[in-house]
Each structure stands twice: as C-alpha cells, then as structure tokens.
Design a protein around this ligand. Structure first.
Ligand code: ADP
Ligand code: GN1
Ligand code: MG
Length: 367
C-alpha cells in the first residue's frame, strides 16, 4: 500500500496527462462522495480542477459512462446563460480523450466550480430551497435531451423490485455473517415490500413517463451560491439516464429533509422535517412542476418514501455483503445508514397526506 503522500504524488502525476492550462502543483483529497475517489487539483496559474478515479466496480463500462457525461454536460451548458466557469465541463486528456486509463484505474477531470458549494450537513430551509431549485432547473434543461442517446450506466439502478431480490439474495447468502444482528431491519424491509413495484410498473404501463433524470440528487451533488441566493450547478452526472422525475424529487427529499446525518448513530437526532420538505418541494416543483403530468404531481411524495426505503435497503444489503459498494470509514457505518433511512421512512409515512398535498400544490402553482 502506498502511503498518503505517495498516493497524492501519484495522482498529481496522473494529472499531467490532462490538458490543464498550466502545470499541476497541488492536489488534495476532496468531498464526501460514497463512490468515486475525488481530488482537488491546483495548477501553477491558479486554475483548479477536479480529478476523479472512477469507481470501475460500480461503473463497468467507462467509455459509455463518459460518452453519457460529455453529451449531457455539453447539452446542459448550451441551455444555460450562466458564465462558462459555472458550467460543468469534461477536461480532455492531452490526446483529446474524455478519460485516461492508468494502471491504478480510470481517471477523468472536470473544471472546478468555485462559485458554489455543496451542503454536507443539515441544510437551512433557504439552502435546501436553492439546492432543490438547482435540481429542478437541471430536469428542465434536460427535458429535450434524447433518451435514446444515453446508455444505462448502472442497469436497473432504481428498479426497486430487483433491489429487493438482491437484498433477499444477500440475506440468504449471509456472506459477512451479520444476518443475526439485523433481524429487525430485515423485517422492516420485508414489511414494506409492496412499495417496490409501485413506480416501475407504472413506468412500464406508460402511466408515469420515462424521462432523462439524474437519479442521484443527493444534497451534496448540487452546488449553490448562498450569498447570491441562487443555484449554480448540478454535478455527479454518472447516473444520468432513463428514469422518473419521482426519483429525483425523492432522493432530494431523502437526503435533504433529515434532521440528522445520513450515518447518525443516535436515532433520536434523526427525523423528517416538514419545514425542510416544503422548502424542497417549493424549489424543485417551482422549476420543474410545469412539465409534470397529473400522475407525477400526485406521486411526488411517494417518490420520497420509495427512494428512502430503497436507499436504506441498499445500505443494509451492502452491510450484509461485507461493505463492498459504499465507502465506509468505520464499523457498522452502512448499518447506521440503513437505520436512519428506515426511521425517515416511518416518519414520512405518518406525514404522507401533508407531503402529497404540499408537493402537488407547489407543482400545480408552478409557472
Ligand atoms: P461521488 O460520485 O463519489 O459522489 P462526486 O462527483 O459527487 O463523487 O464528487 C464528490 C464531491 O466533490 C462532491 O460532492 C462535491 O463536493 C465535489 N465536486 C465534484 N465535482 C466538482 C466540481 N466540478 N466543482 C466543485 N466541486 C466538485
Ligand atoms: C451514492 O455518489 P454519491 O455519494 O453521490 C449512490 C447513491 C446513494 C447515495 C447514498 C452511484 O451517491 O445512489 O443514494 O450514495 N450513488 C451510486 O448516500 O450508487
Ligand atoms: Mg456525489
């Protein structure tokens, strides 16, 4: 194993393969994503970049993944009147390729967007409103993007039924010998199994439209300018593919409306905030509500319950499989993550009428 300093030096060396404006001088680990290895790179002329080692275990076809991302970033940029520095752009290698294959894996580079920040704690209502508006605007910008141009970077990503099957396989296999510790959590997943089919069956029948969606609208995947009171950019485009707008509304609510951290151990700190929910619904629906169908508007709230249930199930599956998917930094972190999600599901279920009415009202009021 390389020590940290050698590893960083090696990353800086890899950066030399990309067409940066001046030579790389400094590189630090950056962000709190669960999937890729992210570095912030500073160059001699002061320009900054994001350099990422793509998680090839999660994204098996990097060429297709990067074709998606180049297409989407160029399209979204063409729809926006923001300055170029605020638009996410793939920085090519010196050979003009969208990624670089090193012995350590696949790397890609983006411009570093410094005009906004992503929120990594419980947001204020204003911060969540701006983040939601950023995601809503992104949906709107992508509404004309041809679905058929996109590869499924992770097939069946939000097919909750398949997620449930995978979960049952993990329970039966009990690879990490952890089933005995988590019978209450396993029961929780099984008790809500009717949720799993609700959206995919409606997408299959055409009752819910298939759209180009982000599919990972977690709060730290959007950059906002708090002083300027505006959203800046949506990032982490690995999962942009065919999906439902319910997923994007839902995952934003999942990650933005909890009163505690995603991996909080003290569940008394974790709860669903109605005030934060209203802020998210106002921001998201205010931007994207106009183009939603009646069925979508009436099911937005369910997207939130579904995404929270699915995410909790995914954390629990990973815990049972021995923590092979999501990055973990301590013991039982995936189990703690699953527990917070299940607590949120229970609280959302109690507030479902409020959630449904508020989201529908904001979506109907959208101009
Ligand atoms: P992961 O897939 O691991 O979640 P992300 O692409 O979300 O990786 O990047 C991790 C974090 O790095 C983000 O949450 C954000 O804080 C930061 N980040 C990523 N890309 C940029 C960018 N172009 N400009 C500024 N910050 C960025
Ligand atoms: C992962 O990459 P990141 O940290 O933004 C995951 C999401 C989960 C989220 C839970 C590609 O998102 O689906 O909802 O963790 N991304 C992928 O925090 O699996
Ligand atoms: Mg991310």
């Amino acid at each position: 194993m390389m020590n940290n300093e050698n590893q960083i030096n090696r990353i800086a060396e890899i950066a030399l393969n990309f067409a940066t404006l001046s030579a790389p001088v400094k590189c630090i680990r950056y962000g709190c994503g669960h999937i890729n290895d992210t570095y912030r790179l500073t160059c001699a002329g002061g320009e900054e970049y994001i350099l990422q080692r793509i998680n090839n275990h999660v994204f098996s076809n990097v060429a297709e993944l990067m074709e998606n991302i180049v297409g989407v970033t160029e399209y979204v940029a063409s729809k926006s009147r923001q300055p170029d520095s605020e638009k996410l752009r793939v920085i090519r290698t010196k050979d003009k390729a969208p990624y670089f294959k090193a012995p350590e894996g696949y790397f890609r580079m983006y411009n570093f967007i410094s005009e906004g920040i992503s929120i990594e704690r419980v947001p204020t209502t204003e911060e969540l409103y701006l983040s939601a508006a950023g995601f809503g605007r992104f949906e709107k910008a992508l509404s004309g993007y041809p679905v058929e141009k996109l590869y499924d970077s992770i097939p069946d990503f939000h097919n909750t039924l398949k997620r449930l099957e995978k979960f049952e396989v993990a329970v039966a296999a009990d690879k990490a010998n952890r089933v005995k510790e988590v019978s209450a959590e396993i029961d929780f997943v099984r008790s809500r199994n009717v949720y799993a089919d609700a959206v995919i069956s409606k997408m299959a029948s055409g009752d819910i439209p298939v759209r180009v969606t982000h599919n990972d609208t977690k709060l730290n995947n959007v950059l906002i300018d708090i002083q300027g009171k505006r959203p800046v950019a949506v990032i982490d485009l690995d999962t942009v593919m065919r999906g439902s707008i319910l997923y994007d509304f839902g995952d934003g609510v999942r990650s933005g409306t909890s009163t505690g951290a995603e991996d909080e151990r003290d569940l008394t700190k974790v709860g669903f905030s109605k005030e934060l929910y209203a802020a998210f619904a106002r921001g998201f629906a205010g931007e994207a509500g106009r183009s939603m169908t009646r069925t979508e508007k009436s099911m937005l709230y369910f997207g939130a319950i579904l995404m929270t249930y699915e995410c909790g199930m995914r954390f629990l599956t990973d815990y049972l499989e021995g923590d092979v998917y999501f990055k973990v930094h301590r013991d039982a972190q995936n189990l703690d993550r699953a527990r917070t999600q299940f607590k949120l599901v229970e609280e959302m279920e109690k507030e479902r009428m409020f959630m449904r009415d508020a989201a529908e009202e904001y979506a109907n009021g959208a101009r």
